[in-house]
Design a protein around this ligand. Structure first.
Ligand SMILES: Cc1cc2nc3c(=O)[nH]c(=O)nc-3n(C[C@H](O)[C@H](O)[C@H](O)COP(=O)(O)OP(=O)(O)OC[C@H]3O[C@@H](n4cnc5c(N)ncnc54)[C@H](O)[C@@H]3O)c2cc1C
Length: 422
């Protein structure tokens, strides 16, 4: 018989949560998109569903994603979509097929949120906001019977009971099935701090180290770049690392480089730095012009004008782009039209480290699929399932992260429903 109980060994105040003793008790820990989606599946079953979160409110990272428009999913063909998950795609395929980009759009519509597909194929809510969607979602889940327990930080197991820290002292729950949807380790102030690694490792569960993903990088900039160009955009550039190319607007930071195209290449850059200490990224500052055209422009007579003025007049290159050319090229190359043209088309920038995990968009690594069933139940802990960013997959920005979190949350929810029937 499932029950919730205070630990008799604890001398501090404990509180007991009221539950039905006839229905199966399910604990979902983590109120982000993965946990909420698991709750959605289970609230439709004849079970008591308890959602716990360490924070005072649910979905804080989801709300943060709303600040950049809430890229919910991506409209590209399913096989291309799946390929974004690299080596993990085989493990993600079933979840992403069962809850596809189209399903996500229909789901949002049901919650009263219309979506649109942008020119890049990315899918957003029409109002670009996360709060109305989250509000409608949580309201519907509560109406369907979801019991929400905020300010409950899960710290592991006490025997076979889940153990939480709460403002009122320790709390415990013995659940018939548990879903852990605790997120990665980026932006810990939003709740997902990766503290789950220790209690799970203690249970012998294999966890690939959590690493920064979709991140910026440090470069050893001169003081000139740091002080004068930190925060400056590099508009419409093309970045190349090995055989990977990413186009868009990058940003020079005080420490190095960040933004869209840098994030796109970040997994490969991070892996290269881990393997060899640094990674050399090449920037094409004028992707619309061939190198021959750039040389032709630079060979035009410049009279007594400086090369800086010549760059501005002939190629409209100014500001941060010219500063980076000065930074990366020696004086002789900068004055030589052929060398300068090569620099403009393939400027080498050495990156020395990814930004710290607490400021990046997402986390690679997590619970290894080898220790999980197809329904994401831990082989080492029957009845405990996992979902979302805490699983060992990574993907670029583009809506793939939220899609995968919701899809794996659904899979775990369905697997729990089946587990309770078996
Ligand atoms: C700035 C930013 C912008 C982003 N924009 C996008 C975007 O536009 N599109 C996209 O696809 N992705 C985006 N992401 C990524 C996306 O938000 C995450 O991948 C997603 O929220 C992860 O979902 P999750 O449910 O696995 O974990 P989370 O959303 O991190 O939720 C985990 C929950 O678990 C709780 N928790 C953690 N540990 C404990 C514990 N020990 N006890 C109790 N509760 C605990 C946390 O408080 C949290 O509520 C963005 C991320 C950031 C940081």
């Amino acid at each position: 018989m499932p029950y919730l109980y205070p630990s008799i060994q604890m001398r501090v105040t404990c509180h007991i949560m009221k539950t039905s003793l006839t229905k199966a008790q399910v604990a979902i820990i983590g109120g982000g998109p993965a946990g909420l989606m698991a709750a959605e599946v289970l609230c439709a079953q004849d079970v008591d569903v308890h959602l716990f979160d360490a924070m005072p409110s649910l979905g804080r990272k989801f709300l943060m994603a709303g600040k950049s428009g809430l890229n919910l999913t991506h409209g590209e063909a399913p096989d291309k979509f799946l390929s974004r998950f690299g080596t993990a795609q085989h493990h993600m395929e079933s979840s992403l097929t069962n809850f596809s980009a189209k399903d996500i759009q229909a789901w949002a519509r049901e919650l009263g949120i219309k979506t649109f597909v942008g020119t890049s194929g990315r899918v957003f809510p029409k109002n670009h906001k996360a709060a109305p969607l989250l509000r409608a979602w949580v309201r519907r889940l509560r109406a369907e019977g979801l019991n929400v327990h905020v300010r409950h930080k899960w710290i592991g197991w006490d025997g076979d009971a889940l153990q939480f820290e709460t403002p009122d002292g320790p709390a415990f729950m013995k659940a018939d099935a548990t879903i852990l949807a605790l997120g990665g380790a980026s932006w810990p102030k939003l709740g997902s701090d990766g503290a789950w690694v220790d209690p799970l490792s203690e249970q012998g569960i294999a966890i690939a180290p959590l690493r920064p993903a979709n991140c910026g990088f440090d470069a050893d900039w001169s003081d000139h770049i740091k002080t004068k160009f930190g925060g400056a955009p590099l508009k419409s550039v093309r970045l190349t690392f090995k055989d990977q190319i990413a186009k868009g607007d990058a940003t020079i930071t005080e420490n190095g480089l960040e933004s869209g195209p840098v994030y796109t290449l970040s997994a490969a850059l991070r892996d290269e730095i881990e393997a060899n200490g640094t990674a050399v990224l090449h920037i094409d500052l004028l992707p619309g012009l061939s190198e021959a055209k750039v040389i032709e422009a630079l060979n035009r007579p410049r009279g007594k004008k400086t090369m800086g003025t010549h760059l501005k007049r002939t190629l409209k290159l100014t500001g941060a782009k010219v500063a980076l050319l000065h930074e990366a090229l020696d004086k002789g190359t900068f004055q030589n039209p052929v060398g300068l043209a090569q620099g403009i088309k393939t400027l080498p920038i050495t990156l020395v480290r990814p930004r710290p995990i607490d400021e990046v968009i997402s986390t690679a690594g997590g619970i290894e699929f080898g220790g999980l069933t197809d329904g994401f139940m831990l082989n080492a802990k029957p009845g405990v399932f996992c979902a979302g960013e805490m699983l060992d997959w990574e993907a670029p920005t583009g809506g793939y992260l939220l899609s995968a979190c919701m899809a794996t949350g659904r899979t775990a929810g369905e697997a729990v429903a089946q587990f309770l029937k078996d």
